[in-house]
Ligand binder design. Sequence first.
Ligand code: BES
Ligand code: ZN
Length: 627
Amino acid sequence: MLNFFKISIILSISSSLFFACSHREIKVMPEIKLNNHSYSNFDSITIKHIHLDLSVDFNKKRLVGKAVLDIINPSTCHYLILDTRHLDIQKVKLNDSAETAWSMTEDQNHFGQALVIELSKNTQSVAVYYKTQPDAEALMWLEPEQTFGKQHPFMFTQSQAILARTWMPCMDVPSMKMTYSADIRCDKKYLALMSAENTFEKNNKGVYHFEMPQPVPSYLFALSVGNIEFRSLGNNCGVFAEPEMIEKSAYEFQDLSKMIQSAEELYGPYAWGRYDILVLPPSFPFGGMENPRLTFATPTIIAGDKSLVALVAHELAHSWSGNLVTNSTWNDFWLNEGFTVYFEERIMEKIYGKDYSDMLAKLSLEELKLTLDDFMRTAPGDTKLKLNLNNRNPDDGVSDIAYVKGCMFLRFLEMQVGRKAWDNFLNQYFNHFKWKSVTTETFLSYLDENLLSKYKNLNLNINEWVYEIGLPKNCPNIESKYLIQVEKSATLLNTQKNPKTIDTSGYTTHHWLHLFRNLNHDSIKNIMTELDTLYQLSNSQNAEIQCDWYRLCIKNEYKDAYPQIENYLIQVGRRKFLKPLYEALSETPDGLIFAKKVFEKAKAGYHSVSRNTIQSILDDNDSSNIQ
Ligand code: BES
Ligand code: ZN
């Protein structure tokens, strides 16, 4: 028996060595430079279409198969250079027949390895046979216990910003748009979904075919597989979730049809056919991800009272700003997110009224001001709308600057020319640049030519808004009558320290958040228990309220809440919630010990995006304690 094992181990090692060495290497490597976070030669060669043929192996946590890339090579370049990271490449074939020479460069953190492929004169298609690695950063493989149903495994991808290269060889830049198709094989118990067209029905072969006829950049490629059900919410929209979450999700997203209609009334026809939402297990690292036709969403927005559906308006708005008109580089990220926050607020205003949308906008503006205070001390350059993320992880650009400063700039422009002219301009902009990618400079010159030139007497500080640090003095202000009431209650609590003196009837999620943010944690130190008992805050099931309350608990070292904080940090994988809590914990030596203990238990359940962020918070605090 032992011998048999030995022999088979030797055989498998030697066959993988044989596999690894058997291909022809490139003799003279071309020069390879990082350009917009990509090693690929997207400036010379165009990818028209990608066909993915992949099997989903839950046991080995791998995708196995091939990607066939249809290319246009006008200057007959000798090489195709693609982005990859931690992919096991097996072979590369040209025009579906002959194997060709290929080589990989050294692995570089975040950016991965260039895959250099030798082309022949008439190469039209390149097939890369490959496997992903079990720890591929884009992929999250969940054990049954990490799902709502606890019975079946689950997997999903998260490709933005530069993680697509960890699950498919591609030109991983947002300026390269291509159509795609896919054949995905999985256990027939499960349903596979992609950001593409498909019948959405489980079939007894476990083979799913997808077509994405509209061109999209690599960061919008998405796949998810699991025990997933569908519920229709209108003639072109619906929701997918595990069976245990489908009812709640369908209730929460009842207004989806209305949102799509409002968005179309604002900025033109929805271009993608269907719009569905997939509610993922809680380890999804973001609130939402605008994968075309199929937004991926965190279950932490299912509050039971529809109070967090602005996130759906946001992801839907990306169907115009981001997916139709895309930022050319990650330095132009505000073109995706700033426009989307602006658009989101307009949808919210149309459906729920100005008072409600102003309340949300005011909360965002307050958060922006806190971020600015922090960044002006630590990284002032990152407070510019046009970022400089060259050679850095584009993830560093994900902050309130792109989102909220970007949105405030657009609100500012709206105020200058009036809503009518502004809306006409935005409609024209989306229409003019649809299916294309744009830089900040392209936007600015289009703005000048098509809008501002008509208002010669306006002398606007556009350059300050876009290219300078901080927030310009002429940033519009936002008032919210609802929040003024809450501020009065916060002052009462801060001064009189008596929880019974405030009236919280009618409070929804956002009132609570504003209350917490206006409390001075020292002032309420002695009434934490009373507040908690009266309003059952530590036991709240609303992830937003929990996050902000727990932050106060940590600042006040209110230890009664620590078991609930631990549970929360283990259950929820959304980075926006994890980050402030781990940061607050790391401020004290005791807290840091607790944070590390919890992180050890929780980290297997975090997506790499969240895990890396938290790991660096803990590491930074470790080193600052030593110094
Ligand atoms: N596209 C983003 C998420 C993203 C950005 C992922 C950059 C990776 C890199 C998405 O549209 C988003 O902004 N999500 C927000 C929600 C929103 C309501 C502000 C989130 O996840 O919190
Ligand atoms: Zn967004």
